[in-house]
Design a binder for this molecule. Structure first.
Ligand code: PEP
Ligand code: MG
Length: 543
């Protein structure tokens, strides 16, 4: 047994034979030409054909992997029409009197090199896209057909690198996994592999020769390893894991697209919690009805300085557009306590969990708050955004927030910037907010209970302190009573209530939450379908 390591871009287990993907070898010769105009026309005809092929690939990818996976081919079509690229090809044909294939190959190499040397990781990854479109045009000019997988059974595809077009053209029924020696995690091939939900490794130092070609292997996308000719013990272990994964997938497929409705017709929204736009694929994959908690402070924690309005706007807009009209609840920054960013220059505190955090920072330094609110309202024009404020303890705080929100809206209106009158809610995560929930409900559009903090503040147990685990009872009757109080106060005032703390994902409480009448649970994406499973089997009237 040989073991090779790589970087996993998607988890999962694949067991099957390895098939080395061989690219169609394109030998480009430099030849002198007589008729420059005719050669330029050959290039433009090939470009038009490439564009039409890309349109076909777009349509195919749209059907197989959806909009986000298909976008790359739109982008490739645009790259084909890039003025600088076209000018460079024409210039080489004209000035050197050479054939179009050669001019495209030179231009492709130069542009790919230029991108490969860029600082920004995203642009570096675009180098592969440039090579891809250049090779497509060259292949058309040379009259080559495309290569595929030479196998009739599903295989582990092993390649030096894979262009997005190669990935999408493959017959999906024949691909168990992708393993590449090169490639970046940001590449669209990696993105496509994720969307196809198959294990994929990049940067794997595995030989591309007969020592592995056609051999039986296991790809473990959880560990980032390829086992070639595995021993019996390894094979048996991985088979068990594969079986477990398949059972999970079956559950997923069975429940996907179903409404979250109980046997007696009670409905509940199941949304996802995310901390990063990288989690969006999981949100869609797990069939979330929306995003119930986007922890926006991670944008601040990942930055060296305050993230600008434009930077935030782009992120919120991406989330809103990706969710395509589904609800996206973005929580304003919850910095402080365990989430510290140096540039906030918060003073050292004896009790940071009881200190300057979340909404308290926003109300103390309104310029920070306003930047985020402007970004959020601007992004609201691109989807279905709701805004949620953390760590509320009083009605006064909510009124102060509203004042600032109104100032922001007025500014945007004066600047002629479009925005929507978004739904605004608060987190109920302090005992104080529970006690005045009745009054708070008259001020806002929804409540979302942060049980992590609510438990810490109610039981007086630091959520970070492991030595207190013995005393930490997440099912404490005190908390259960509070949840019921909050949901009742919300409904008495005509607003909805949900839970976005970890308790919402506790499967032993799902039926209890239904009984209490919660309208929403927001949980980590992987928990959505297991909860849906319980909802579908529950008759609330019989509980
Ligand atoms: C909570 O407190 O329950 C919550 C969802 O917020 P966070 O865990 O980010 O503090
Ligand atoms: Mg909290």
């Amino acid at each position: 047994m040989e073991i090779y390591s790589g970087k996993s871009v998607f988890g999962g287990i694949a067991i099957g034979k390895i098939c080395i993907y061989k690219k169609g070898q394109q030998t480009v010769r430099r030849t002198k030409i007589e008729d420059v105009e005719a050669e330029k026309k050959r290039y433009h005809d090939a470009k038009a054909e490439a564009s039409s092929q890309l349109q076909d690939l777009y349509d195919k990818a749209l059907k197989e992997v959806g909009e986000s996976g298909a976008e790359i081919f739109e982008a490739h079509k645009m790259m084909l029409e890039d003025g600088d690229y076209i000018e460079s090809v024409e210039n080489i044909i004209e000035s050197e009197n050479v054939n179009a294939e050669y001019a495209v190959a030179m231009t492709g190499d130069n542009f790919a090199e230029m991108f490969a040397n860029m600082e920004d990781e995203y642009f570096r990854a675009r180098s592969a896209d440039i090579k891809d479109i250049s090779e497509r045009v060259i292949s058309i000019l040379l009259g080559n057909g495309s290569e595929g997988i030479k196998s009739s059974e599903p295989v582990i595809v092993l390649a030096d690198d894979l262009a997005p077009s190669e990935t999408v053209q493959m017959d999906k029924e024949l691909v168990l996994s992708f393993v590449t020696v090169h490639g970046s995690a940001n590449s669209h091939t990696a993105i496509l592999a994720k969307t196809m939900s198959i294990p994929a490794l990049i940067g794997c130092e595995i030989p591309l020769d007969d020592s592995v070609d056609g051999k039986m292997a296991i790809v473990d996308g959880f560990e980032g390893k390829v086992y070639v000719e595995p021993d019996e013990e390894t094979l048996a272990k991985k088979k068990v894991r594969l079986q477990e994964e398949n059972e999970k997938k079956d559950l997923l497929n069975k429940l996907k697209g179903k409404d979250n409705v109980t046997l007696d017709g009670q409905h509940i929204n199941l949304y996802a919690n995310i901390g990063n736009i990288k989690d969006l694929a999981l949100v869609l994959k797990n069939d979330a009805g929306g995003i119930g908690l986007f922890r926006s402070e991670f944008i601040y924690l990942e930055s060296e300085d305050y993230p600008t309005e434009d930077k935030q706007f782009e992120i919120y807009k991406t989330v809103a557009q990706t969710l395509a009209g589904k609800k996206v609840i973005i929580r304003t920054l919850d910095i402080g306590a365990d989430k510290q960013a140096d540039y906030f220059e918060l003073p050292k505190e004896e009790n940071p969990a009881l200190g300057m955090r979340a909404i308290r920072i926003c109300l103390t330094k309104p310029w920070i708050f306003k930047t985020q609110l402007r970004a959020l309202f601007r992004a609201s024009a691109f989807g279905n955004i709701s805004i949620m404020y953390p760590m509320i303890t009083s009605v006064e705080e909510v009124r102060e927030i509203k004042k600032i929100v109104n100032e922001v809206k007025e500014e945007l209106t004066n600047e002629g910037i479009a925005f929507k009158d978004v739904e605004q809610g608060i987190m109920i995560e302090t005992p104080a907010s529970v006690m005045v929930a009745d009054e708070l409900a008259k001020e806002v559009d929804f409540f979302s209970i942060g049980t992590n903090d609510l438990t810490q503040y109610t039981l007086a147990i630091d959520r970070q302190n492991q030595t207190l685990d013995k005393f930490y009872d997440s099912h404490s009757p005190a908390i259960m009573k509070m949840l019921k109080m909050v949901v009742d106060s919300a409904h008495a005032n005509g607003i909805w209530a949900g839970i976005c703390g970890e308790l919402g994902a506790d499967l032993t409480l799902t039926q209890e939450f239904l009984k209490m009448g919660f309208d929403e649970l927001s949980v980590s994406p992987g928990r959505i379908l297991p909860i849906r499973d319980i909802v579908l089997k529950t008759d609330v009237s019989k509980l």
